[in-house]
Design a protein around this ligand. Sequence first.
Ligand SMILES: [Zn+2]
Length: 129
Amino acid sequence: MADGDTAKGSNVERGLEPSVFETRVASTQRRRHGDLHVCPECGSDLVYPTDWAPASDRQWHVALRCPECEWNGGGRYSQEMVDRLDEALDHGTEAVLDDLNILVRANMEDQIDRFVAALNGDLILPEDF
Ligand SMILES: [Zn+2]
């Protein structure tokens, strides 16, 4: 579970390595050309739907927006294309929650390390409570 490195306090100075996020994102994000979550303007994979409605023949009208270059687009797409967008959005939600958990854990470890250091240094007195 833990890498055994946390008690030494070296993580506190270093902070949270950005690579913690990058490696995982790179391995889980699959980019397929023509997918709705990929921006045709800038290639960002953060495109999301702003509006949608069922159309005929198991198709959907979907309005799309890219948060990185402000591209707006959309059209009529097959159920399969919309399912893949839905899947990409689910992966995005999971990735954000994973990042949040990493940050929360890092902050808690930081607080615990500082509390332990303060205890060891006799810096916490009864009047602190
Ligand atoms: Zn874009």
